[in-house]
Design a protein around this ligand. Structure first.
Ligand code: ADP
Ligand code: MG
Length: 352
């Protein structure tokens, strides 16, 4: 009961906005389900570029608002700071949902990974200064380890809340300049199994480059949940049976792979990797056996990085990128993996 009172009070005292309150700035992105702009408040254009982000979404915006509200109450640090969402129906076109977040920063993980400087550009962002240390595999491994820990930490928050993101990819991970950590964005394809929101998989929303082989989160035998948000005691059971959270773990594993292997960072090389892995029946050890003997320096470097410390990185990658969902580690178990035992980036900066 208290939860409802709190939710009501919070809703009542939080600022609410309407269309005319915003000044549109630069367009940040455009997908099939919405357009994203940098915006500022019309009555206080604080910075010239705007310190908020607006997404004008189609009908799926309703689910995205619901997910963001839930995240804010249950695991706020996992995702970009959500400010407000509302139905904007004053235009002549069909209704739009408007979603407002705080502007977290200029760079997504995709931007950062594409840079020639990666992963040192991330080290500078996280530590706030350029490190005067020799570059090398060991240092790169620590930076990648720190990024993976932050991604898994955010995922653990979402999964513990009962939310599966379903669209984890570098483009949907933003570097928050204020907290100096990576946060997850874009809950447009997310599903909340505990209350049956968006329960029926919208598989057409999934990005094939990062999607796990099961495609559907729940098996097709799973009975469809009520379309209205009714809490049900059934869903946690289904959660255990089908391990739907492990869909995100597979995607996070592919991000780990791309960070470790310079040769797999482009879209085309990732698509080619997916094809090769499928040909190996999703057995990543078999994939390694086929490519390693004849691979160039761009792939060899990845194997070398993952083989550091007795191959503990390769071991983690293997336990994330697996065909069977229930054989993949959970986010919590991955965080407890020995790969993360060694001190990360911060320790590195104290070593000098
Ligand atoms: P889409 O449905 O178009 O993929 P996203 O929610 O992923 O929508 O946002 C599109 C882009 O807008 C992101 O890739 C990112 O560059 C930028 N963006 C989204 N939210 C934020 C935010 N809170 N702060 C800064 N940039 C953001
Ligand atoms: Mg996106």
């Amino acid at each position: 009961f208290d939860m409802f009172v709190l939710a009501f009070v919070e809703r009542f005292f939080r600022p609410s906005y309407k269309k005319d309150d915003f000044l549109l700035g630069k367009k940040l992105g455009e997908g099939s389900f919405g357009v994203v702009y940098r915006v500022s408040l019309a009555n206080k254009p604080s910075s010239k570029e705007g310190d908020l982000v607006l997404k004008k979404a189609t009908e799926y915006g309703a689910v995205e608002i619901w997910m963001n509200e839930r995240v804010r109450r249950a695991c706020a640090s996992s995702c970009a700071d959500f400010v407000y969402g509302f139905l904007e129906s004053s235009s002549k076109k069909s209704a739009e949902y408007w979603l407002i977040w705080r502007f977290e920063g200029d760079a997504t993980l995709a931007d950062l990974v594409q840079s020639r400087e990666f992963p040192y550009n991330v080290e500078t962002l996280i530590l706030g200064e350029v490190q005067d240390l020799p570059k090398g595999l060991e240092r790169e491994n620590r930076i990648i380890q720190t990024i993976m820990r932050q991604i898994l930490f955010a995922l653990d928050g979402l999964h513990s809340t009962g939310i599966v993101h379903r669209d984890i990819k570098p483009q949907n991970i933003i570097f928050s300049e204020e907290s100096r950590t990576f946060k997850i964005i874009d809950l447009g394809a997310a599903t909340d199994l505990r209350v049956g929101i968006n329960y029926i998989p919208k598989e057409f929303l999934l990005d094939p480059r990062y999607a796990a082989p099961e495609q559907y989160i729940m098996s097709t035998q799973t009975p469809s949940a009520p379309s209205v948000p009714v809490a049900t005691a059934l869903s946690p059971v289904l959660w255990q049976l089908n391990s739907p959270d492990r869909f995100d773990i597979y995607s996070a594993g592919l991000i780990f792979l791309q960070m470790a292997f310079p040769g797999l960072r482009t879209d085309n090389s990732l698509i080619q990797f997916n094809r090769q892995l499928k040909r190996c029946d999703y057995d990543i050890v078999a994939w390694r056996k086929t490519v390693e003997p004849r691979c160039g320096p761009e792939l060899r470097r990845g194997f070398e990085l993952l083989d550091l410390d007795g191959g503990i990185g390769w071991e983690l990658l293997k336990s994330m990128v697996r065909y069977k969902a229930r054989q993949r580690l959970s986010a919590k178990a991955a965080l407890a993996h020995p790969y993360f035992d060694r001190e990360g980036l911060l320790a590195l900066s104290f070593m000098q």
